[in-house]
Design a protein around this ligand. Structure first.
Ligand code: FES
Ligand code: FES
Length: 162
């Protein structure tokens, strides 16, 4: 018999109580139980980064995290982070530089990029590439993505408005 657990993660600022199978992954919980389909499912084994979300402020793989691990903790998805405007500078820079094509990688890429902006404000292009090395993009060749992130870092250093 399947082991079912009641959990209440705080998703994008709102408690979400659900009963889930103990084996449910966080990405499936977010997409199928809560309808938050911004984070995507790609490889399902921790390689591509499409499922990147934040757990208590740290980026995690939704496909390697169990929903029960998020019980009582803060989960932020691309939907919530977009609504708060936290990603707006990066979103604008991605748009301006055509840093996405199909968009499949973009939610995870933006969350990983914002993590870099906060942690490494002086990052070089090589460090940007290294920080994004766990997020795969099959379309862009990465150059435009690195350009966009570099532009945001530069704007923050110089205090330029965006
Ligand atoms: S779907 Fe999670 S890392 Fe690829
Ligand atoms: S824009 Fe298509 S996978 Fe990155």
């Amino acid at each position: 018999m399947e082991h079912v657990v009641e959990i209440t993660p705080i998703v994008n600022g709102t408690p979400a109580t659900r009963r889930v199978a103990a084996r449910t992954h966080l990405i499936d919980f977010l997409r199928e139980e809560l309808g938050l389909t911004g984070a995507h499912v790609g490889c399902e084994h921790g390689v591509c980064g499409a499922c990147t979300v934040r757990l208590d402020g740290k980026i995690v793989r939704g496909c390697l995290t169990l929903a029960v691990q998020a019980n009582g903790r803060r989960v932020d998805t691309i939907e919530g982070l977009s609504d708060t405007g936290e990603l707006s500078a990066l979103q604008q820079a991605f748009h301006e530089r055509n840093a996405f094509q199909c968009g499949f990688c973009t939610p995870g890429m933006l969350i990983a990029a914002q993590d870099l902006v906060e942690q490494k404000p002086m990052a070089t292009r090589a460090e940007i590439r290294e920080h994004l090395s766990g997020n795969y993009c099959r379309c862009t060749g990465y150059q435009a993505i690195v350009d966009a992130i570099e532009a945001v870092l530069l704007d923050r250093r110089t205090g330029a408005p965006r």
